[in-house]
Design a protein around this ligand. Sequence first.
Ligand SMILES: NC(=O)c1ccc[n+]([C@@H]2O[C@H](COP(=O)([O-])OP(=O)(O)OC[C@H]3O[C@@H](n4cnc5c(N)ncnc54)[C@H](O)[C@@H]3O)[C@@H](O)[C@H]2O)c1
Length: 352
Amino acid sequence: MNPVRVALIGTGGIAGAHLDAYSKVNEAEVVAVCDIIPEKAEVTAKNWNVKNWFIDYRKVLELPEVEAVDICTPHAVHAPIAVDALKAGKHVLVEKPMASNLKDATKMVKTAKEMGKVLFCGIISRWSPNIQQIKSFIESGALGEIYFAEFVSTRRRGIPGWGSTFIRKETAGGGVILDLGVYLVDTLLYFLNFAKPLTCSATVSDFIGKQHEAVVQGGWWWNPNEFEVEDFGSALLRFENGATAVIKVCWAAHIDTLGNSFLLGTRGGLKLTHTFEWFFDYAGYMAQANLPQTETNNNGFVQEVQFFVEAIRNGAPLPVKPEEALMVQAVLEAIYRSANLQKEVVVKVPEV
Ligand SMILES: NC(=O)c1ccc[n+]([C@@H]2O[C@H](COP(=O)([O-])OP(=O)(O)OC[C@H]3O[C@@H](n4cnc5c(N)ncnc54)[C@H](O)[C@@H]3O)[C@@H](O)[C@H]2O)c1
């Protein structure tokens, strides 16, 4: 197989993990890197032995040898690059979330369809051994029908301050809902077999991120003067199949944990702590068992690159289909809409 020649755009924090993955997959080769900050692009090219570096992604798209682009830019800069790349006939791997808003994400999915190109949103949690293990367990029928789920993600003081791209509206589009909420919403929808989300009632807030005194020893560093997004969010979601779910997520809060993630089914429940605790009835008793967890020493980024290459060369199905990433984005968008309007809203999933 000829290696898929890839250009990586955005040489910031996560780019190293992607470049490391490409170095371990023979079927792919990085032929160019690009960043609007020239020093970053140049140093990355040097460190990873990449022959070309650029500061304008449009120049990268002019290279005939580039078959695919890997977009590692801030959220609001995913869509413009992805759409231009797809229109230039390139396949696209884009970091999570698909985009910073639903309109942009819809445009990406439509353009990929029109151009007949691969569009892969790298929501890495999807193929983690833990998530795959729970999915198989659900599919065994052990839990029956899932009628309620709660998914939480807590950082007591983990506001990503590097470069400020996560905390400024212009580059990030939103805060913790887009950054970490994307994983929770994707996992929830995956476990519910992408049941149609109907309504959403949500709140978001920014009480901690704006406080100078909240930048403390032991926490991550950020500049409160630049904090323009939310650091906390919660949502109640209702689905067409009758299930409901709660999402709670924070980058910063005065608490050690927002609670446990768990699933309630008609025949069993599952608590997702550091172990998986299964609750069920057996022989007239309330029973409980810990599920041994799958080994987690896999490299999710290497798998991501392998999925991308297989989809491009052999038409293999992607672990995250573009329509699924779009439904995730529709829920994220509904969370912001509900929070802004301070009322329950209908989740609008675009037809593409
Ligand atoms: N999968 C994961 O575990 C994981 C972890 C961290 C970040 N991410 C995602 O990766 C993406 C990037 O995050 P990061 O931490 O690397 O951010 P970052 O701010 O460290 O890096 C982004 C880089 O993109 C560059 N950039 C901005 N606009 C550009 C443009 N038009 N053309 C070229 N380069 C441009 C910036 O100069 C910067 O170097 C985000 O979508 C984020 O959510 C994923």
